[in-house]
Structures are given as structure tokens and as C-alpha cells.
Write a protein that binds this ligand. Structure first.
Ligand code: ZN
Length: 500
């Protein structure tokens, strides 16, 4: 793209995005993607049919169902990997010239860098099998670029020190932070999270490094800072906490701010990032003081096209309107999905006005993001015959003063599959409120969603960490289903198996 990524006016930006999409489809996706070649042929669709963003509706959505392995089709994701065809490549205008100038071997290396998969991250779905997304060297250059931009949006500076507490795993969050630190030239210690170094390891790094920035998953960062405060640590250098991998409720931001203050770091900023495996990139919120509305996530219009659609009809919605987030990459190799339906709902939509905080003109994704799939995936509709939205319960618990870490446990009465569902709420209390007062607060808040926990059990913070599986599970368990008859909570096959 000719214009800098964050200064183009909206219309010009959208024109350039569509031009880039047409070129990307014609040169890269259609010649080398088995899936999209078939889709375009079946619909008799040509890249030139996609002139304006309105025309995107001609391009069918891709969803998780198109990728997830089934017994009949165990390799569905493979049809989305770009596989170069020698004959087609040889006709590319630049390739012949490159061979003439640099020789056949150099051209071979260039093609390998662009198309050979050498890296992978996978989805972390709680219910579904993980889906592998392959990267080539070309993709890793873009992972560096988006990492550098993400660090830039968060206000990282060369003299800062960053502690990256994301779990060490083939997941986007960890690697985006690693590549971002290197590309931005900022000292970043990637500890691997609780499973690799334990809470003790994180506390040791915090004490010795005195980082300005912490990166990690919300629940885990909360646990570590809670423990740091309990041990009387001082973290006066801390300025920012950058969170990813889960949504970040306002209540949790507030609690992190209070913990940081207790650790000698008042006035920190808590920033969320948003990214997903299928995008191979993540976006950060523009820095803003705690308690003030978020200006939103700064997108990279030259690398991806974000649309918001009505989750029921699939129709694109006007700017600044809530809806489901849909993503199309504009320069990816390896595994490529077009118009990918994330199942994530933003309540603020896409904004095209300059950012009220930093003035960048790039489009922004504004508002709270929650997972649409959460409800169905956890089969909560069957709970006591009432439809329960886990997203809502999560927000309620995170926003409740006096409630620290928590877990919702689903059981059958007496562990009998034929008995009624039970909801047990595990709580680690913080602050001054008595257990009686907290029970009252929880009951009155839960009444809003017509759910009542059968029991509320109070635990010490350490015991709750054990229940949540901090340092044992990759994601802390905030909702567990111990009902004997349900099929969920089965261990997912490893990524290796999913790749076979
Ligand atoms: Zn901004």
C-alpha cells in the first residue's frame, strides 16, 4: 500500500484495500488455494466483481465448521493452505526477471520463503479440536511487522523492560509478543507463563527485572499480582499491563489497577489486545487512563480487512454499529481463510474517525468484545431449564467489588446423571466485605440473569488458584463442567494429531 498504514483517509483506504484484495486473490489465493479456487469457480466469481466494500457480500463466509476436522474429513484445514504451482509461478512477471538477475537457485529460495510452511500456531478452543494455522517465512515477517505496530500502539519505548507472561505454546498471543519485542527493539523477557516457570518464577522475574510493562492473560496476571501484593513486593516501575487471550472486563481492569497501586505503581494503564489464530495478528487498544472509555483497537488496514456483520443475517452493518467481527487477510501465505466469521461480537463496531487519544487515522474496533459461541459451546441453555449467558455471568463476577478470583462449577446433584443441574460458585474474597454481605451481593446480581448458585464456597486465594489450575492448565478454568453425563471437558487431541 502506498500510503502509511495509519494516515489514509477512509474512502481512499477502502479503495486501496479492495485493490489490494483483488490483486491478492488474482496473484496468490486463486492460483494456489484449492478451496477458494473451487468456491470462485462454483460461483463464477471473478476478483474484478469485488470493486467496493459493498461487493464483499458476493464472497461467501468461511467459518470454523469449514476448518474443523471430522471423522469423514480429517484434513479439512489442508485445503486452505496455499500450495504453489510451478507452472503458474513461472508465469509471474517478477519471477522471470528475478531468475534472469539472480539465477535459478536464488529464485527457488525466494519462492520457498514465500510459500513453504515453517511455523504454526493453533486455536485453543475449549470444546472443539485445535485447528492448525501454518506460517511461511513471509508470514513471520508480517508477524514481526504487526508485533512492532502493536508495541508502538501500546507506547513501548526502547528503554522499557517487558515481562511477557503468556503461556509458552503454539498460540498467537505468546508468539506475537515475542516477535513484537524483537521487531520493536524492546527488552522482552518471555517467561512462558505459569505452566513453565510457576507463579514463583514470575515473582522472581518481577522482583529482579522491575518491568515497566506486563503482558499476559488476564486471569493469570491477576493471580501473579495478587500473590506479589501478598508477599509485599514493590513494582514502582510498572506503567502498563497489556492483556490478551481472553476478554478483559472493566471490573478486572479496576482490580488490576488497585493491585498495582498496592505494589507501589499508581496510575497504571490496562490495555486489552484482540487477535485470533485465523488473522495471524493481534491489535492493541490505544492507551487511556483506567476508568475512561477505551478509544478502541487500532487495526492495520494494509494487512487485513475487518468487517462487522449482523450475526443473524450476515449482512454488513453501518459504521459504529454492533455486530460480528469478520476478517479477510490481504497479504497472508500459509493457511489462508477469507471473510472468516470469528463468532466474536463487538458492541461498538468499526470507527473511521481519527483516534481521540493519539490522532491516528486508522480504522478502530471499538467496544467490548464477547464470544458469541460461548453460549452454545458450553451448552448452558440446558442449565436448570434456563438459558444462561456465560459472558454475562463473567462480567457480573468480574465487576463485583469484594470478589477476587472465582470459578463456576456445574455439577449434577449427588453426581447422579438423572438429577438436577447444580451451580457451585467458588470465590476468593478481597477487601472488607463479610461473606454474608458478599453472598447477598452475588445473589442480587445473579437475579438479573435469573440464575441462582446452589452453593457459594469461599476459599483462600491460593486454594482458588489450585482449583482454577493456575500453572497447570494453559488457560485458567473459570467455568468447569463436572456433570457426569455431558460429553464436554474431554481432552483435545494434540496439534500433532490434528495435523495428520
Ligand atoms: Zn489511538
Amino acid at each position: 500500500m502506498k500510503l502509511p498504514w495509519h494516515t489514509s483517509p477512509v474512502r481512499q483506504m477502502q479503495r486501496e484495500q479492495m485493490a489490494r484484495l483483488r490483486q491478492y486473490l488474482r496473484r496468490t489465493v486463486l492460483p494456489f488455494s484449492a478451496h477458494y479456487r473451487r468456491v470462485f469457480a462454483e460461483l463464477q466469481l471473478d476478483p474484478d466483481d469485488l470493486q467496493t466494500v459493498d461487493d464483499l457480500r458476493f464472497l461467501p463466509f468461511t467459518s470454523k465448521d469449514d476448518l474443523v476436522a471430522t471423522p469423514a474429513e480429517p484434513n479439512k484445514a489442508r485445503a486452505f493452505i496455499l500450495a504453489p504451482d510451478r507452472a503458474v509461478l513461472a508465469r509471474r512477471p517478477g519471477i522471470l526477471l528475478h531468475t534472469l538477475l539472480h539465477g535459478r537457485r536464488a529464485t527457488q529460495r525466494k519462492v520457498e520463503r514465500e510459500f513453504r510452511p515453517i511455523f504454526l500456531t493453533s486455536t485453543t478452543g475449549r470444546a472443539a479440536d485445535p485447528i492448525p494455522f501454518l506460517y511461511t517465512a513471509y508470514d513471520l515477517e508480517r508477524l514481526s511487522l504487526t508485533g512492532e505496530r502493536l508495541f508502538g500502539v501500546c507506547g513501548a519505548a526502547p528503554e522499557m523492560k517487558v515481562l511477557n507472561m503468556f503461556p509458552y505454546a503454539p498460540h498467537l498471543g505468546f508468539w506475537q509478543a515475542v516477535y513484537g519485542g524483537i521487531a520493536a527493539g524492546v527488552f522482552t523477557l518471555s517467561s512462558g507463563g505459569g505452566k513453565v516457570m510457576g507463579t514463583e518464577g514470575q515473582l522472581r522475574f518481577l522482583r529482579k527485572l522491575q518491568p515497566q510493562v506486563l503482558i499476559g492473560m488476564p486471569t493469570f496476571v491477576y493471580h501473579v499480582l495478587h500473590e506479589a501484593a501478598a508477599q509485599g513486593l514493590r513494582l514502582s516501575a510498572l506503567r502498563r499491563i497489556v492483556l490478551g487471550g481472553e476478554k478483559v472486563p472493566d471490573g478486572l481492569r479496576r482490580k488490576l489497577g488497585m493491585l498495582a497501586e498496592a505494589l507501589g505503581a499508581p496510575n497504571i494503564e490496562v490495555l486489552a489486545t484482540y487477535g485470533f489464530t485465523e488473522a495471524k495478528m493481534a491489535w492493541a487498544e490505544c492507551p487511556h487512563p483506567l476508568g475512561e472509555p477505551s478509544p478502541g483497537y487500532h487495526l492495520y488496514p494494509d494487512l487485513g480487512l475487518v468487517e462487522i456483520v449482523d450475526p443473524d443475517t450476515g449482512e454488513p452493518v453501518p459504521p459504529e454499529t454492533p455486530g460480528e467481527i469478520v476478517f479477510t487477510p490481504l497479504d497472508a501465505r500459509g493457511t489462508v481463510v477469507l471473510r472468516y466469521r470469528t463468532g466474536d461480537i463487538t458492541d461498538g463496531g468499526l470507527h473511521f474517525t481519527p483516534c481521540p487519544r493519539c490522532g491516528r487515522a486508522t480504522s478502530r474496533l471499538v467496544g467490548r468484545i464477547s464470544r458469541r459461541s460461548g453460549v452454545q459451546a458450553m451448552q448452558l441453555d440446558k442449565l436448570k431449564g434456563t438459558l444462561v449467558d456465560f459472558n454475562q455471568l463473567e462480567h457480573i463476577l468480574d465487576d463485583l467489588p469484594g470478589v477476587g478470583a472465582w470459578q463456576i462449577e456445574l455439577r449434577k446433584h449427588n453426581d447422579d446423571p438423572l438429577e438436577l443441574d447444580e451451580i457451585i460458585l467458588h470465590i476468593a474474597a478481597t477487601g472488607e466485605a463479610s461473606e454474608e454481605q458478599l453472598v447477598h451481593r452475588i445473589d442480587s446480581q445473579f437475579a438479573r440473569v435469573e440464575v441462582h448458585p446452589n452453593r457459594i464456597l469461599f476459599h483462600e486465594a491460593g486454594e482458588l488458584r489450585r482449583i482454577q489450575g493456575v500453572g497447570v492448565e494453559l488457560k485458567e478454568q473459570r467455568l468447569v463442567d463436572h456433570r457426569p453425563s455431558t460429553a464436554m471437558a474431554t481432552p483435545s487431541p494434540s496439534t500433532k494429531e490434528a495435523l495428520k
